[in-house]
Design a binder for this molecule. Structure first.
Ligand code: UD1
Length: 371
């Protein structure tokens, strides 16, 4: 029997939880083989290895070790290394997830070599082309053979960009597959005790977007907002390496020290972070994935961005998108602290079975050709 050989690509932190259920679904099939390639875009233990361990991901079959760099440098390095991988491995299909530089870099190499490309989490659009992720999304979608989407807005976006309808498959959300699989496990994490926190008595924060952390005036204002909030309730802020670097470079450590309730801590592993999200009074973030995770957990989320590529988290979920105006953020936060926030519902097909659907579709469409 022929086996469908799939190269699954990961590079940065949010990719690991998306690929985990797909690799696991492939491993349950005898007619498919998964080869896991890690580009090494993220490389610190807390940004990478810890996630592999906690998510039960197999060690990468191939590690490219490209590391950090400017966009051109990072994308270029990944492409050079990944081309060699595809020459050696000769897969039937390459599967990429999300919107990071590894996504477009590996996708582009695959299609130029005539290898089929699947994009998981296709069609999301912020309509803000100053975001590096938006460029990665638009371009990856243009060259993909399979576009697996998480919400119906993505279908409209892709149709508007001239993508053939028969390439688009609404399958649900693989990141939510992982969340549902690990929620119970995460509940036994001791992180709240370790940090001295009580359930629903703290605010959880993540900020790492260049638009929020690379400009000292904006970052300073955001830190001041967090400081003000920390007078109402402890604020726990696991700090992404990009943000840590900027706080140090701009000399904001002193500013942070003025607020005893504002705690900047090291990035957390998947299970500890999930436990924190599930128990926070609310989450303030600029992440894409966290908007979706809080929606499923039913925890209020304030998004400090001007837009979201995940509108279902606003129309159906617990998310409010407020921009980065300090007054607006404080106003929303105080509403929640007073118990006044919108309860959401779980979006369609976010049921823990997205990866199975993806693998079924690939078997049905590609398996036939192999037989
Ligand atoms: C990347 C993604 C972003 C995603 C984010 C999640 C792109 C364009 N951006 O942003 O979409 O939301 O990951 O975390 O792909 N660094 C470390 N250790 C690491 C990794 C990074 O110290 O393991 C530091 C380096 O100083 C590096 C900086 O973080 O220069 C930025 O890393 P990079 O991968 O370029 O982008 P992220 O901001 O992490």
């Amino acid at each position: 029997m022929s086996v469908l050989r799939i190269v699954n690509v990961v590079g940065a932190r949010p990719n690991f939880m998306k690929i985990a259920p797909i690799v696991s679904a492939i491993e349950q099939r005898t007619d498919m083989e998964s080869i896991l390639v890690h580009t090494g875009q993220h490389y610190d233990h807390v940004m990478s290895d810890l996630f592999f361990n906690q998510l039960g991901l197999p060690r990468p079959d191939i590690y490219l070790g490209v590391g950090s760099g400017s966009h051109g440098e990072q994308t270029g390095k990944i492409m050079i290394e990944f081309e060699q991988v595809l020459q050696d491995v000769q897969p039937d299909l390459v599967l990429v997830v999300g919107d990071v530089n590894s996504t477009i870099a590996c996708g582009l190499v695959a299609v130029k070599m005539g290898i089929k490309l699947a994009h998981v989490e296709a069609g999301l659009r912020s309509f803000d082309r100053t975001m590096p992720e938006e460029i990665n999304r638009v371009l990856t979608d243009q060259i993909s053979d399979y576009l697996f989407i998480t919400e119906r807005s993505a279908f409209e976006n892709l149709m508007n960009e001239g993508i053939a309808e028969n390439k688009i498959h609404f399958v649900g959300n693989v990141m939510i597959d992982t969340l549902l699989r690990h929620r119970e496990n995460a509940a036994s994490s001791a992180v709240l005790d370790e940090l001295g926190l009580e359930p629903r008595q703290f605010i959880l924060v993540t900020l790492h977007r260049p638009a929020n952390v690379d400009d000292p005036r904006i970052l300073e204002k955001l830190l001041q907002v967090l400081g003000m909030l920390s007078r109402d309730m402890p604020v726990v802020f696991p700090v992404h390496p990009r943000t840590r670097k900027q706080v140090q470079q701009f000399g904001f450590e002193e500013l942070v020290r003025q607020y005893p309730g504002l705690r900047l801590i090291e990035p957390l592993g998947y299970l500890d972070f999930l436990k924190c999200m599930d128990n926070a009074k609310f989450v303030l973030t600029d992440s894409g994935g966290i908007q979706e995770e809080t929606t499923v957990l039913g925890v209020p989320c304030i998004t400090a961005r001007d837009n979201t590529e995940r509108p279902v988290t606003v129309t159906q979920g617990t998310n409010v998108v407020v921009g980065r105006n300090p007054e607006r953020i404080l106003q929303e936060a105080r509403k929640i602290l007073q118990g006044n926030w919108k309860r959401g519902q779980i979006p369609e097909l976010w049921d823990g079975k997205a990866a199975e659907r993806i693998v079924d579709i690939l078997t049905e469409k590609e398996g036939v050709k192999l037989a």
